[in-house]
Ligand binder design. Structure first.
Ligand code: 13P
Length: 306
C-alpha cells in the first residue's frame, strides 16, 4: 500500500490509546528488520531517517526505503527525524517522505513558532504532516549536543501556545528522556505528571524521543563479545507503557537497533573468525534487530493494530 502521512497513523494511535514506534534506519538490512517486524506483528510503523542517515546513504537511501515500504501490507510512514531547516524538510518531501520533523527546539520560542509554521504550510500543501519540538532533551541529537544540565523539560502552557501558533501536527516533548545509550544512573526519571498535563491541553499525538530501553542482556552480550559500553541505561518498559496511556503516541527508537546490530556482528565474528561473507554477518544482525523491534511493538501496544 502507498505510504501514509504520519498523522494518519499517529492520530489513530492517540485515539486508540496505543503507541507506534518510529525506528531509525540507515541501510537495507535495518529497513528490512523494521518492515518484517511490522508485518509479523501486524503493526503500523514509522521508518525514520535523520539528516545524518541521508548524508551517509545519499538520495538513493530514501528511494530504497520508499520502494521497500510500498510492498508492505501494514500502514507505513517515512519520517524525517530532526530536520534542521525549512530547506531540509522540503528536500525530504521531494524525496518521498510523508512526515517531517522541524526541530527548532534549541531556538527561542518565537523562532521555533515561525520556522515550524513555514514548514507546516509547505508540507500540508502536499499532504505531508509535521512534528515539532518544544523543550530540550539531553544527549546527542543529530545536529546539536545538549549537556544534561542544559536540558529543559517542556512547559505545558508553552506547549499549548506553541501548538496553536505553529499549526504542527504532533509534538515532541522533553519529559526526562535523552538520546543515546546512557540515559542516567539507575532507572531514569520520567515526569509522568508533566505528560498528563501537556496531554490535557493538547489533543495532538505526543512524541517521546530517546525512548530506547537499552536492554541489559543485550549490553552484557555486547560487552562479552568485545564491546566496551559502560554505564548503559535506558527507559524502563513500564514507563513507556504508562506514557502511552497518558498521551504519547509516537515512540522513537534508534539506540536499541544499533545495540542489537553491533552485538550480533561482534558475536558472529567472535564465534566464527574465518567468516567473511557479509550475508553471514549482516543476516544474523538483521534477525536480532527484527526481534528487538517486535518486542518494542508489543510494549507500545501497536501489535495487532494493522
Ligand atoms: P534513542 O537514542 O533512545 O533510541 O532515541 C532515538 C531518538 O529519539 C531519535 O529521534
Amino acid at each position: 500500500m502507498p505510504l501514509l502521512p504520519g498523522l494518519d497513523i499517529l492520530a489513530a494511535a492517540r485515539a486508540g490509546g496505543y503507541g507506534v514506534g518510529a525506528f531509525n534506519t540507515n541501510d537495507m538490512e535495518i529497513t528490512q528488520a523494521i518492515l518484517q517486524a511490522a508485518e509479523a506483528k501486524r503493526s503500523p510503523v514509522l521508518i525514520a531517517l535523520s539528516e545524518g542517515a541521508l548524508k551517509y546513504g545519499g538520495d538513493i537511501l530514501p528511494k530504497l526505503v520508499v520502494e521497500m515500504a510500498r510492498d508492505a501490507s501494514v500502514p507505513v510512514a517515512l519520517h524525517l527525524d530532526h530536520g534542521s531547516s525549512f530547506a531540509s524538510c522540503l528536500r525530504a518531501i521531494r524525496l518521498g517522505f510523508t512526515s517531517v520533523m522541524i526541530d527548532m527546539s534549541h531556538e527561542e520560542e518565537a523562532v521555533n513558532v515561525r520556522e515550524t509554521a513555514r514548514v507546516v504550510e509547505a508540507a500540508h500543501a502536499v499532504g505531508v504532516t509535521v512534528e515539532a519540538e518544544i523543550g530540550r532533551l539531553g544527549g546527542v541529537e543529530e545536529h546539536v549536543v545538549v549537556a544534561e544540565e542544559d536540558a529543559i523539560l517542556t512547559k505545558p502552557e508553552e506547549a499549548e501556545r506553541f501548538m496553536e501558533q505553529s499549526g504542527a501536527d504532533y509534538l515532541a516533548v522533553a519529559i526526562g528522556t535523552s538520546h543515546g545509550a546512557n540515559k542516567g544512573k539507575g532507572r531514569p526519571y520520567i515526569d509522568h505528571e508533566r505528560i498528563v498535563e501537556i496531554a490535557r491541553r493538547i489533543p495532538n499525538p505526543l512524541v517521546m524521543h530517546g525512548a530506547s530501553g537499552v536492554p541489559a542482556d543485550v549490553v552484557a552480550r555486547l560487552n562479552a563479545a568485545g564491546g566496551e559500553l559502560a554505564d548503559a541505561s535506558g527507559i524502563h518498559e513500564d514507563d513507556v507503557r504508562k506514557a502511552v496511556t497518558e498521551g504519547i503516541a509516537k515512540i522513537n527508537t534508534d539506540t536499541d537497533l544499533r545495540l542489537a546490530f553491533t552485538t550480533r556482528v561482534r558475536e558472529v565474528l567472535r564465534d566464527d573468525p574465518k567468516q567473511f561473507d557479509p550475508r553471514k554477518i549482516l543476516g544474523p544482525a538483521r534477525e536480532e534487530m527484527q526481534r528487538i523491534v517486535e518486542e518494542r511493538m508489543d510494549v507500545f501496544g501497536s501489535s495487532g493494530r494493522a
